[in-house]
Design a protein around this ligand. Structure first.
Ligand code: G6P
Ligand code: ZN
Length: 543
């Protein structure tokens, strides 16, 4: 069978965002659209000839069809081998692990992460490089250049491959290895955590509810938590991946994981609650009656990681994205290790992890992970929490209180204004950018600005510079507001306002978060003239 060359026209809207190319599913389903991007990936990396890739996705609508197209294009472009998850399923962290474990040339991950799935919802494709991490900006820029120049792509006119059974297959000359998505991931987790200790915790009656949100972590969580660690059957909620995530929004935060939140705040709450997103890289952690912010979770995991076997030698450093609260910086200072502040997007942690300058990384957007893979990893975070709970023999609430009494507390919340007209959002940011130099020394709603700038990152490993990564306004008294536009949406703009107020250890550590942030919220609304640009003063989503 011979590859077919198809003539095509360049496409000008395929610029990868924070995490790969995300569009409405119907956009991806247009003839040649996916093909244009995939061929551009192959071209941008010097061709696919003789190379091996991992391919899999979160099971959303169009996943199965897209994988068949990618397999046929990889075969036509001369790839030697593709490792693909059974039924086309791979969580993002497990895909990252497989790329590293099998020393492949990279992987294509099909997901729009926490965005809803279905014919009228979202789809996405992301290319990860051979270190297992999302391609760096130089690579995504090269892919984008290709998409705007492409005049032909190659595809093998083969029939679809049956991916429902594991084993070796052939497509033309290309080998296809269909693997169980869970096996290698589970083996990796066993090297990092004290499974006997966690097993004993469950055996002692400790209870958990893990909400897989009808997404890809279901099979992983069942295999790890229920079948391996002995959590009772039914501990994993919504475990079967569905093409439309049951009509839900698979984003593990207090708004979208409402049912779990309500359970955790009720008198029927289990000891521990957790949830993961569409592709399994995000996590939410909730104790009985207490929600743990992702920023606090990062700080607690960094402070206690040495209790798990995989991290007993200690951490080399901790990295967080700029809008993430500064709680983990204080932990790093106490541990005497480096801490890093990077732009939003997991890809910025890649160099630090590869150079062993950071061991644990995290983001306010519910991502935490470590050097075990090059993606954030939802189930990993849950297992590290369980290992810490098993070692310390305390509740989540006790651990949080002790943490704040040691380091102080960063009251923290993100306010999202969704579906803002793109022009209005851009105007707000550009007007605020212009005002930044004049803000320090002035007071707004009783809050005095001490510093204001636009974040720019200089990568300490390769020296690359990333500009325009968010506006920061720092207030006297330990408060901070950050504004940026989301890079993962597919419609209009989402304005994110990140609010933080530090409370030292000897102050009130148990205030209501939104109350503690009231002053900084009012100040930034005033400074940014939020209502006049956006037409609203209350957010759609509060995390
Ligand atoms: C994805 C990325 C994260 C990032 C998040 C928020 O999940 O993998 O690294 O923090 O998107 O991005 P956004 O641009 O929507 O704030
Ligand atoms: Zn995700």
């Amino acid at each position: 069978m011979k590859p077919v060359m198809i003539s095509c026209c360049p496409i000008d809207d395929q610029k990868p965002g924070t995490s790969g190319l995300r569009k409405k599913t119907r956009v991806f389903m247009q003839p040649g659209y996916l093909e244009n991007f995939v061929q551009s990936v192959f071209n941008a990396i010097g061709g696919a000839e003789g190379k091996t890739f991992v391919v899999g996705g979160d099971g959303r609508f169009f996943n199965a069809q897209a994988i068949q197209t990618i397999l046929k294009m990889a075969a036509a472009n001369g790839a030697a081998k593709i490792i693909v998850g059974q039924n086309g399923l791979l969580s993002t962290p497990s895909a990252s692990h497989l790329i590293r474990l099998n020393k492949t040339d990279g992987g294509l991950i099909l997901s729009a992460s926490h965005n809803p799935g279905g014919p009228d919802e979202d789809f996405g494709v992301k290319f990860n490089t051979s270190n297992g991490g999302p391609a760096a900006e130089q690579v995504t820029d090269a892919i984008y250049e290709q998409t705007r120049e492409l005049s032909r792509y190659f595809i093998l006119p083969a029939g679809d491959v049956d991916l429902s059974q594991t084993g070796q297959k052939l497509m033309g000359d290309m080998k296809i290895e269909v693997i169980d998505p869970v096996v290698d991931y589970l083996a990796l987790m066993e090297t990092l955590f004290d499974f006997d200790k966690i097993r004993a915790l469950f055996a002692s009656g400790f209870t958990i509810r893990f909400d897989a949100m009808h997404a890809v972590t279901g099979p992983y969580a069942k295999a790890v938590l229920e079948e391996t660690l002995g959590a009772p059957a039914g501990s994993v909620l919504n475990p079967i991946p569905l093409e439309d995530f049951g009509g839900g929004h698979p984003d593990p935060n207090p708004t979208w994981a409402r049912t779990l939140m309500d359970l955790m705040m009720s008198d029927k709450a289990p000891d521990f609650g957790a949830a993961s997103d569409g592709d399994g890289d995000r996590n939410m952690v909730v104790g009985k009656g207490i929600y743990v912010t992702p920023s606090d979770s990062l700080a607690v995991l960094a402070a206690n990681a040495h209790l798990a076997p995989g991290y007993k030698a200690g951490l080399t450093g901790v990295a967080r994205s700029m809008p993430t609260s500064t709680a983990s910086d204080r932990v790093a200072a106490k541990l005497g290790i480096e801490c890093f502040e990077t732009p939003t997007g997991w890809k910025f942690f890649g160099n630090l992890l590869d150079a062993d300058r950071a061991t644990i990384c995290g983001e306010e957007s519910a991502g935490t992970g470590s050097n075990h893979v090059r993606e954030k990893d939802g189930l990993w975070a849950v297992l590290l929490w369980l290992n810490i709970l098993a070692e310390r023999g305390q509740s989540v609430e006790e651990i949080m209180l002790e943490h704040w009494q040691t380091y102080g507390r960063d009251y923290y919340s993100r306010h999202d204004y969704e579906a803002v007209p793109s022009d209005a959002a851009a105007d707000l940011i550009s007007a605020l950018r212009d005002r930044l130099p004049n803000l320090p020394g002035h007071s707004f709603q009783g809050m005095n600005v001490s510093n204001a700038d636009e974040f720019s990152y200089s990568d300490p490993i390769d020296g690359s510079i990333s500009k325009n990564q968010g506006l920061r306004i720092i207030f006297k008294g330990g408060a901070r507001a950050v504004l940026r536009l989301s890079g993962t949406g597919t419609e209009g703009a989402t304005l994110r306002i990140y609010l933080e107020q530090y409370a030292p250890p000897d102050t009130d550590l148990t205030m209501n978060t939104q109350d503690a942030l009231g002053a900084v919220k009012r100040a930034i609304a005033d400074i940014s003239q939020l209502e006049s640009f956006v037409g609203r003063s209350e957010p759609d989503v509060v995390t």
